[in-house]
Design a protein around this ligand. Structure first.
Ligand code: ZN
Ligand code: ZN
Length: 327
Protein backbone atom coordinates (compact mmCIF):
# COMPACT_ATOMS: atom_id res chain seq x y z
CA UNK A 1 0.00 0.00 0.00
CA UNK A 2 0.98 3.65 -0.20
CA UNK A 3 -0.29 6.71 1.62
CA UNK A 4 0.30 10.41 2.26
CA UNK A 5 1.79 10.44 5.74
CA UNK A 6 1.89 13.28 8.29
CA UNK A 7 5.12 12.83 10.26
CA UNK A 8 4.97 15.88 12.53
CA UNK A 9 2.91 18.97 13.29
CA UNK A 10 2.76 21.29 10.29
CA UNK A 11 4.90 19.04 8.06
CA UNK A 12 3.85 18.54 4.44
CA UNK A 13 2.32 15.12 3.79
CA UNK A 14 4.87 12.70 2.28
CA UNK A 15 4.20 9.73 0.01
CA UNK A 16 5.22 6.48 1.70
CA UNK A 17 5.09 2.81 0.70
CA UNK A 18 4.15 0.30 3.40
CA UNK A 19 3.42 -3.43 3.53
CA UNK A 20 -0.29 -4.12 2.93
CA UNK A 21 -2.07 -3.90 6.30
CA UNK A 22 -3.85 -7.04 7.54
CA UNK A 23 -7.33 -6.54 9.01
CA UNK A 24 -7.59 -7.67 12.64
CA UNK A 25 -10.65 -9.33 14.21
CA UNK A 26 -13.77 -7.33 13.37
CA UNK A 27 -11.92 -5.21 10.82
CA UNK A 28 -11.94 -4.92 7.04
CA UNK A 29 -9.30 -3.78 4.59
CA UNK A 30 -10.59 -1.36 1.97
CA UNK A 31 -9.12 -0.40 -1.39
CA UNK A 32 -9.74 3.34 -1.57
CA UNK A 33 -11.60 4.70 -4.61
CA UNK A 34 -11.73 8.32 -3.43
CA UNK A 35 -11.28 10.32 -0.24
CA UNK A 36 -12.65 13.80 0.39
CA UNK A 37 -10.61 16.59 1.94
CA UNK A 38 -12.29 18.17 4.95
CA UNK A 39 -11.38 21.28 6.94
CA UNK A 40 -10.70 18.95 9.88
CA UNK A 41 -7.80 17.49 7.86
CA UNK A 42 -6.28 20.98 7.95
CA UNK A 43 -6.72 21.02 11.75
CA UNK A 44 -4.96 17.62 11.92
CA UNK A 45 -2.08 18.79 9.71
CA UNK A 46 -1.74 22.05 11.68
CA UNK A 47 -1.79 20.20 15.02
CA UNK A 48 -4.88 22.13 16.22
CA UNK A 49 -6.28 18.87 17.65
CA UNK A 50 -4.84 17.25 20.79
CA UNK A 51 -2.74 14.08 21.02
CA UNK A 52 -2.16 13.24 17.36
CA UNK A 53 -0.29 9.89 17.24
CA UNK A 54 2.34 10.69 14.58
CA UNK A 55 2.96 9.35 12.01
CA UNK A 56 -0.67 9.39 10.84
CA UNK A 57 -2.45 9.22 7.48
CA UNK A 58 -5.30 11.81 7.38
CA UNK A 59 -8.60 11.48 5.51
CA UNK A 60 -12.04 10.58 6.84
CA UNK A 61 -14.36 10.84 3.83
CA UNK A 62 -13.41 7.48 2.36
CA UNK A 63 -15.23 5.60 -0.38
CA UNK A 64 -13.77 2.25 -1.39
CA UNK A 65 -14.28 -1.47 -1.83
CA UNK A 66 -13.64 -4.16 0.72
CA UNK A 67 -10.74 -6.35 -0.34
CA UNK A 68 -10.07 -8.40 2.81
CA UNK A 69 -12.14 -9.42 5.84
CA UNK A 70 -10.82 -9.95 9.36
CA UNK A 71 -12.12 -12.68 11.63
CA UNK A 72 -15.72 -12.47 12.77
CA UNK A 73 -16.95 -9.75 10.38
CA UNK A 74 -20.64 -10.10 9.61
CA UNK A 75 -22.75 -8.32 7.00
CA UNK A 76 -19.89 -7.15 4.75
CA UNK A 77 -18.38 -9.00 1.79
CA UNK A 78 -15.29 -8.54 -0.38
CA UNK A 79 -16.11 -6.26 -3.32
CA UNK A 80 -18.81 -4.31 -1.46
CA UNK A 81 -18.58 -0.53 -1.74
CA UNK A 82 -18.50 1.14 1.66
CA UNK A 83 -17.92 4.56 3.20
CA UNK A 84 -15.64 5.16 6.17
CA UNK A 85 -16.51 8.26 8.23
CA UNK A 86 -14.75 10.24 10.97
CA UNK A 87 -16.14 8.11 13.79
CA UNK A 88 -14.03 4.95 13.57
CA UNK A 89 -14.65 3.27 16.91
CA UNK A 90 -16.46 3.82 20.22
CA UNK A 91 -16.06 1.94 23.50
CA UNK A 92 -19.71 0.97 23.96
CA UNK A 93 -19.32 1.15 27.74
CA UNK A 94 -18.87 4.76 28.86
CA UNK A 95 -21.64 7.04 30.14
CA UNK A 96 -22.19 8.53 26.67
CA UNK A 97 -22.19 5.24 24.76
CA UNK A 98 -24.72 3.80 27.21
CA UNK A 99 -26.86 6.96 26.84
CA UNK A 100 -27.02 6.48 23.04
CA UNK A 101 -24.64 9.39 22.47
CA UNK A 102 -21.71 7.55 20.95
CA UNK A 103 -20.62 10.78 19.23
CA UNK A 104 -19.47 11.95 22.68
CA UNK A 105 -17.70 8.67 23.65
CA UNK A 106 -14.87 9.07 26.19
CA UNK A 107 -12.60 6.57 24.38
CA UNK A 108 -13.30 6.99 20.66
CA UNK A 109 -11.05 6.49 17.65
CA UNK A 110 -11.31 8.80 14.71
CA UNK A 111 -10.42 7.95 11.12
CA UNK A 112 -7.52 10.03 9.84
CA UNK A 113 -6.79 11.46 13.30
CA UNK A 114 -6.21 8.69 15.85
CA UNK A 115 -6.19 5.84 13.32
CA UNK A 116 -4.91 5.88 9.76
CA UNK A 117 -7.34 7.32 7.23
CA UNK A 118 -8.06 7.41 3.54
CA UNK A 119 -5.32 9.58 2.00
CA UNK A 120 -3.95 6.20 0.88
CA UNK A 121 -4.40 3.32 -1.53
CA UNK A 122 -5.78 1.12 1.31
CA UNK A 123 -6.92 1.45 4.89
CA UNK A 124 -8.13 -0.83 7.65
CA UNK A 125 -11.41 0.05 9.38
CA UNK A 126 -13.64 -1.36 12.11
CA UNK A 127 -16.39 -3.14 10.16
CA UNK A 128 -19.10 -1.85 12.54
CA UNK A 129 -18.39 1.75 11.54
CA UNK A 130 -18.46 1.28 7.76
CA UNK A 131 -21.56 2.29 5.82
CA UNK A 132 -22.59 0.12 2.83
CA UNK A 133 -23.09 2.58 -0.05
CA UNK A 134 -24.64 0.59 -2.89
CA UNK A 135 -23.62 1.12 -6.49
CA UNK A 136 -25.35 4.40 -7.39
CA UNK A 137 -23.03 7.33 -8.10
CA UNK A 138 -19.31 7.93 -8.58
CA UNK A 139 -16.85 7.40 -5.69
CA UNK A 140 -15.52 10.98 -5.89
CA UNK A 141 -19.02 12.49 -5.93
CA UNK A 142 -20.06 10.48 -2.86
CA UNK A 143 -16.91 11.03 -0.76
CA UNK A 144 -17.86 14.52 0.55
CA UNK A 145 -21.10 13.08 1.91
CA UNK A 146 -19.10 11.05 4.45
CA UNK A 147 -18.20 14.05 6.61
CA UNK A 148 -19.27 17.35 5.08
CA UNK A 149 -22.65 15.77 4.42
CA UNK A 150 -22.94 13.81 7.64
CA UNK A 151 -21.80 16.51 10.05
CA UNK A 152 -23.82 18.93 7.95
CA UNK A 153 -26.85 16.71 8.54
CA UNK A 154 -26.30 16.53 12.29
CA UNK A 155 -25.97 20.32 12.45
CA UNK A 156 -29.14 20.72 10.38
CA UNK A 157 -31.05 18.49 12.80
CA UNK A 158 -29.68 20.51 15.73
CA UNK A 159 -30.74 23.75 14.04
CA UNK A 160 -34.37 22.65 14.52
CA UNK A 161 -37.32 22.78 12.20
CA UNK A 162 -37.28 26.50 11.38
CA UNK A 163 -38.10 27.72 7.88
CA UNK A 164 -35.42 30.38 7.40
CA UNK A 165 -31.95 28.92 7.74
CA UNK A 166 -28.67 30.84 7.57
CA UNK A 167 -25.47 29.09 6.46
CA UNK A 168 -22.16 30.81 7.30
CA UNK A 169 -19.35 29.45 5.13
CA UNK A 170 -20.71 27.98 1.91
CA UNK A 171 -18.18 25.25 1.10
CA UNK A 172 -18.28 21.46 1.18
CA UNK A 173 -20.79 21.11 4.04
CA UNK A 174 -22.83 24.20 3.20
CA UNK A 175 -23.53 23.23 -0.38
CA UNK A 176 -24.69 19.74 0.64
CA UNK A 177 -26.84 20.88 3.58
CA UNK A 178 -28.45 23.58 1.44
CA UNK A 179 -29.70 20.89 -0.96
CA UNK A 180 -31.12 18.75 1.85
CA UNK A 181 -32.80 21.78 3.45
CA UNK A 182 -34.23 22.91 0.09
CA UNK A 183 -35.65 19.40 -0.42
CA UNK A 184 -37.32 19.84 2.99
CA UNK A 185 -38.91 23.04 1.70
CA UNK A 186 -36.80 25.46 3.74
CA UNK A 187 -35.33 28.81 2.64
CA UNK A 188 -31.56 29.23 2.64
CA UNK A 189 -29.60 32.42 3.35
CA UNK A 190 -25.92 31.94 2.43
CA UNK A 191 -23.18 34.04 4.05
CA UNK A 192 -19.70 33.94 2.55
CA UNK A 193 -16.46 35.73 3.16
CA UNK A 194 -16.72 39.12 1.53
CA UNK A 195 -16.23 39.09 -2.20
CA UNK A 196 -16.50 35.32 -2.65
CA UNK A 197 -18.76 35.61 -5.65
CA UNK A 198 -18.18 31.98 -6.71
CA UNK A 199 -19.55 30.61 -3.44
CA UNK A 200 -22.48 33.06 -3.58
CA UNK A 201 -23.20 32.00 -7.18
CA UNK A 202 -23.10 28.34 -6.16
CA UNK A 203 -25.54 29.04 -3.29
CA UNK A 204 -27.99 30.84 -5.59
CA UNK A 205 -27.70 28.11 -8.23
CA UNK A 206 -28.67 25.57 -5.56
CA UNK A 207 -31.82 27.53 -4.74
CA UNK A 208 -30.71 29.83 -1.91
CA UNK A 209 -33.17 32.69 -1.37
CA UNK A 210 -30.31 35.14 -0.73
CA UNK A 211 -26.52 35.22 -0.67
CA UNK A 212 -24.30 37.91 0.79
CA UNK A 213 -21.29 38.71 2.94
CA UNK A 214 -21.01 37.49 6.53
CA UNK A 215 -21.42 41.03 7.88
CA UNK A 216 -24.59 41.67 5.85
CA UNK A 217 -28.04 41.76 7.42
CA UNK A 218 -30.22 39.13 5.73
CA UNK A 219 -33.54 40.36 4.27
CA UNK A 220 -35.50 38.43 6.91
CA UNK A 221 -34.90 37.27 10.48
CA UNK A 222 -33.47 33.75 10.60
CA UNK A 223 -34.94 30.89 12.62
CA UNK A 224 -31.50 29.31 12.90
CA UNK A 225 -27.98 29.69 11.59
CA UNK A 226 -25.26 27.08 11.10
CA UNK A 227 -21.61 28.17 11.12
CA UNK A 228 -19.25 25.99 9.03
CA UNK A 229 -16.37 28.46 8.79
CA UNK A 230 -13.88 28.10 11.69
CA UNK A 231 -14.19 31.78 12.65
CA UNK A 232 -15.40 32.70 16.15
CA UNK A 233 -16.27 36.26 15.07
CA UNK A 234 -19.19 34.78 13.11
CA UNK A 235 -20.99 33.77 16.32
CA UNK A 236 -22.05 37.31 17.35
CA UNK A 237 -22.90 38.11 13.70
CA UNK A 238 -25.14 35.05 13.53
CA UNK A 239 -26.73 35.85 16.91
CA UNK A 240 -27.70 39.27 15.54
CA UNK A 241 -29.29 37.61 12.49
CA UNK A 242 -31.49 35.05 14.33
CA UNK A 243 -34.88 35.84 15.83
CA UNK A 244 -35.86 35.44 19.49
CA UNK A 245 -35.75 31.75 20.39
CA UNK A 246 -33.45 31.09 17.43
CA UNK A 247 -30.39 28.88 17.40
CA UNK A 248 -26.81 29.33 16.29
CA UNK A 249 -25.10 25.98 15.63
CA UNK A 250 -21.29 25.82 15.51
CA UNK A 251 -20.49 22.82 13.31
CA UNK A 252 -16.69 22.78 13.23
CA UNK A 253 -14.30 20.81 15.42
CA UNK A 254 -12.10 23.87 15.88
CA UNK A 255 -12.87 27.58 15.85
CA UNK A 256 -10.93 30.76 16.57
CA UNK A 257 -11.91 32.56 19.80
CA UNK A 258 -15.38 34.05 19.96
CA UNK A 259 -15.07 37.80 20.65
CA UNK A 260 -16.95 39.36 23.58
CA UNK A 261 -20.46 40.44 22.68
CA UNK A 262 -23.32 42.26 24.44
CA UNK A 263 -25.66 39.97 26.36
CA UNK A 264 -28.72 41.44 24.64
CA UNK A 265 -27.92 39.65 21.35
CA UNK A 266 -28.12 36.31 23.19
CA UNK A 267 -31.08 37.29 25.35
CA UNK A 268 -34.54 36.41 24.08
CA UNK A 269 -33.85 32.69 24.55
CA UNK A 270 -31.46 32.50 21.66
CA UNK A 271 -29.13 29.51 21.93
CA UNK A 272 -25.58 28.71 20.87
CA UNK A 273 -24.85 24.98 20.33
CA UNK A 274 -21.89 22.96 19.13
CA UNK A 275 -21.91 19.76 17.08
CA UNK A 276 -19.41 17.03 17.91
CA UNK A 277 -18.74 14.07 15.63
CA UNK A 278 -21.55 11.81 14.46
CA UNK A 279 -23.39 8.67 15.44
CA UNK A 280 -23.85 5.68 13.19
CA UNK A 281 -27.57 6.43 13.20
CA UNK A 282 -26.80 9.90 11.77
CA UNK A 283 -25.09 8.12 8.89
CA UNK A 284 -28.05 5.85 8.21
CA UNK A 285 -30.52 8.75 8.41
CA UNK A 286 -28.42 11.09 6.30
CA UNK A 287 -27.60 8.63 3.52
CA UNK A 288 -31.33 7.93 3.17
CA UNK A 289 -32.15 11.67 3.10
CA UNK A 290 -29.31 12.32 0.64
CA UNK A 291 -30.61 9.68 -1.78
CA UNK A 292 -34.10 11.22 -1.58
CA UNK A 293 -32.82 14.77 -2.12
CA UNK A 294 -30.71 13.59 -5.10
CA UNK A 295 -27.78 15.62 -3.86
CA UNK A 296 -25.24 16.72 -6.42
CA UNK A 297 -21.84 17.49 -4.97
CA UNK A 298 -19.51 20.00 -6.60
CA UNK A 299 -16.00 18.60 -6.43
CA UNK A 300 -12.47 19.35 -7.54
CA UNK A 301 -10.56 16.08 -7.96
CA UNK A 302 -6.80 15.88 -7.27
CA UNK A 303 -4.51 12.86 -7.59
CA UNK A 304 -3.67 11.48 -4.13
CA UNK A 305 -0.04 12.54 -4.54
CA UNK A 306 -1.25 16.17 -4.77
CA UNK A 307 -2.84 16.05 -1.30
CA UNK A 308 -0.73 19.01 -0.17
CA UNK A 309 -1.99 21.14 -3.06
CA UNK A 310 -5.59 20.12 -2.27
CA UNK A 311 -5.13 21.14 1.38
CA UNK A 312 -3.56 24.44 0.31
CA UNK A 313 -6.50 25.29 -1.97
CA UNK A 314 -8.93 24.56 0.85
CA UNK A 315 -6.91 26.73 3.23
CA UNK A 316 -6.82 29.61 0.75
CA UNK A 317 -10.57 29.44 0.13
CA UNK A 318 -9.90 28.78 -3.56
CA UNK A 319 -12.22 25.80 -3.92
CA UNK A 320 -15.83 25.88 -5.02
CA UNK A 321 -17.50 22.93 -3.31
CA UNK A 322 -15.31 20.06 -2.05
CA UNK A 323 -11.83 18.73 -2.81
CA UNK A 324 -11.48 14.98 -3.39
CA UNK A 325 -8.35 12.83 -3.73
CA UNK A 326 -8.08 9.78 -5.96
CA UNK A 327 -5.32 7.21 -5.46
ZN1 ZN B 1 -17.82 5.23 24.87
ZN1 ZN C 1 -14.55 16.13 8.33
Amino acid sequence: MYGMVLAARGAPLALQQRPDPAPGPGEVRIKVGACGVCRTDLHVVDGDLADIPYPIIPGHEVVGRIDALGEGVVGLQPGMRVGVPWLGYTCGECFYCRANKENLCDRPKFTGYTRDGGFASHLVADARYCFPLGEHGDDAAIAPLLCAGLIGWRSLVMAGEGQNLGIYGFGAAGHIVAQVARAQGRSIYAFTRNGDRDAQQLALSLGAAWAGASEDKPPTELDAAIIYAPIGALVPLALRAVRKGGRVVCAGIHMSDIPAFPYNILWGERQILSVANLTRQDGIDFLAAAAKAEIRTHTTVFPLTEANQALASLRDGKLVGAAVLRP
